[in-house]
Design a protein around this ligand. Structure first.
Ligand code: HSE
Length: 294
């Protein structure tokens, strides 16, 4: 029996589209057991119980890669990461599945090999990399291999995840993006993404206000999320370090000083007036990443 805990993640962080993400202290936990036959998937999220669920598919892909023949499997999932909200719930299933398969097979794979398989399944590395490694991870895929650099985020920052009571699929949120962008928008993003990694590594969180801006995806996606613009404006006025769409949305991630209370109260007051219900979750960085629970 293997038990694995995988953190939620927030990808993009504004300008780092498809290449940056952070791990957050909110978790899905998976228990994997090899049985004498068949597949049994149990979990708190109904969609996890279907035959084609992502945890099982990720395990199967990993078993194929390492040529491990299994008889049967029981997968139990306890999920706290909301589904289709931009907090990396799919990445938890993929990392959980690949790590679980690797552990049941006697750990033949390195972390780097686990990441390569996981990124191939997800199609981009920006959620699976921080889910596996923790902290803030910048990652790129080149010739089917993931190259990454992890920053252990210094103390002094926390996040409010504003999670609405409606879903937005990544597919829909990617379809709305333009096929090409002006040269100056590309420069706008690469300069801010570079500033973002420097700001996070040094703990210069006041830079996030400028570093977190983006022209590649947020404005387009904001149109799909009622309340997006007003929440971003409110968080800026309230004095947040920065605010970004979390992954493909619809969750909005707001970076604030670790001891904040005032910004929270202002945001709560603001979201109460909006059409949809927005839960506010206080989250801290997880600098450790996925772990096997002993
Ligand atoms: N980078 C991805 C996107 C994250 O923004 O579409 C969501 O999976």
């Amino acid at each position: 029996m293997v038990k694995i805990r995988v953190p939620a993640t927030s990808a993009n962080l504004g300008p780092g589209f498809d290449c940056m993400g952070i791990a957050l202290g909110l978790y899905n936990t998976f228990i994997f057991e090899e049985t004498n036959g068949g597949l049994l998937v149990e979990g708190s999220e109904k969609s996890f119980e279907e035959e084609d669920n992502l945890i099982y598919l990720s395990m199967k892909r990993c078993f194929e890669k390492i040529n491990y023949k299994f008889k049967g499997l029981r997968i139990t999932a306890k999920s706290d990461v909301p589904v289709s909200r931009g907090l990396g719930s799919s990445a938890t299933c993929i990392i959980g599945g690949v790590m679980g398969a690797n552990a049941l097979a006697g750990n033949p794979l390195s972390k780097k090999e686990i990441l390569d398989i996981a990124a191939e399944i997800e199609g981009h590395p920006d959620n699976v990399a921080p889910a596996l490694l923790g902290g803030l991870v910048t990652s790129v895929v080149d010739s089917d291999k993931v190259y990454y650099s992890k920053i252990e985020v210094p103390k002094g920052i926390k996040f409010y995840a504003l999670i609405p009571n409606f879903k937005l699929s990544t597919k829909k949120s990617r379809e709305i993006l333009p096929k090409t962008v002006p040269f100056e928008d590309a420069v706008y993003n690469l300069s801010r993404a570079s500033l973002m990694t420097a700001a996070f590594s040094k703990g210069d969180f006041k830079l996030l206000k400028i570093a977190g801006k983006d022209r590649l995806h947020q404005e387009y996606r904001g149109e799909l999320i009622e309340g997006y613009e007003s929440i971003i404006k409110e968080s800026e006025q309230a004095g947040a370090y920065g605010s970004f769409l979390s992954g493909a949305g619809p969750t909005i991630l707001i970076a604030v000083p670790k001891k904040d209370r005032n910004i929270y109260l202002k945001l709560r007051n603001h979201v109460e007036k909006l059409k949809y219900f927005w839960e506010i979750k206080e989250l801290f960085i997880d600098n450790r990443g996925a772990k096997i629970c002993r």
